[in-house]
Design a binder for this molecule. Structure first.
Ligand code: 5GP
Ligand code: MG
Length: 193
């Protein structure tokens, strides 16, 4: 495995999606989003769901050759060293100049797992009466994602495992891995999760 640094690599059991696959797919998703954006003179509000989607969002928006505005919203359902969802909560609402009323909004999140986070975020956006709403996720766990939570753009369907890297963390770490990986079981166990 060639990745970043031995200090990180030694915790990794296996890589699920490597950095080249991610780069190709993010470009293709951006092309789809661009093609579907109804009017390139109207800005697209990209809404970054903190913290996990910052890396994905940063790469994605650089492949969108359209007018855009950036907003952020904080939502989390995995807290501390847990690898089990504890139910989503919004911890940061946008206090930015980005008003979503009558705007085209693209929610950008890292992963669609139980769907509880995206259901809450999407409702929060829809409450602001945007012109349109779509969601882009880099990853989906298809065995778990419920049918009522939509993601119009999906990077990769993955197995039901707790993954890290490319923005996704375990207990705040590993967001800087360039790929999507599963940690060795003892990493979770040693941390008492
Ligand atoms: P959901 O509410 O869909 O169950 O979970 C969504 C959020 O939980 C994601 O945005 C992500 O922050 C976190 N999450 C879900 N699955 C994983 C995972 O496998 N690894 C990590 N690091 N976070 C996850
Ligand atoms: Mg998240």
């Amino acid at each position: 495995m060639s990745t970043t640094a031995p200090v990180l690599d030694k915790h990794i059991e296996r890589v699920i999606v490597d950095q080249h696959q991610i780069a190709d797919r993010v470009k293709a998703m951006a092309a789809e989003i661009t093609a579907n954006h109804p009017n390139h003179d109207e800005p697209l509000v990209t809404l970054c769901v903190l913290n996990g989607s910052v890396v994905f969002l940063a790469d994605l928006i650089r492949h969108l050759p359209i007018r855009m505005l950036l907003g952020v919203i904080g939502a989390s359902s995995y807290r501390g060293k847990s690898t089990e969802s504890q139910g989503p909560s919004i911890w940061h609402r946008m206090h930015s100049p980005v008003d979503m009323k009558d705007q085209h909004v693209l929610i950008v999140d890292d992963i669609l797992d139980s769907g509880n986070t995206l259901r809450l975020v999407r409702q929060t956006v829809e409450d602001q009466n945007p012109k349109s709403v779509a969601t882009a996720v880099l990853l989906r766990k298809p065995d778990k994602a419920p049918p009522d939570v939509k993601a119009e753009y999906i990077g990769f369907d993955i197995e039901d495992a707790f993954v890290v890297g490319y923005g996704l963390d375990y207990a705040g770490e590993f967001r800087n891995l360039p790929h999507i990986a599963v940690l060795k079981p003892e990493c979770y166990e040693h941390d008492g999760a």
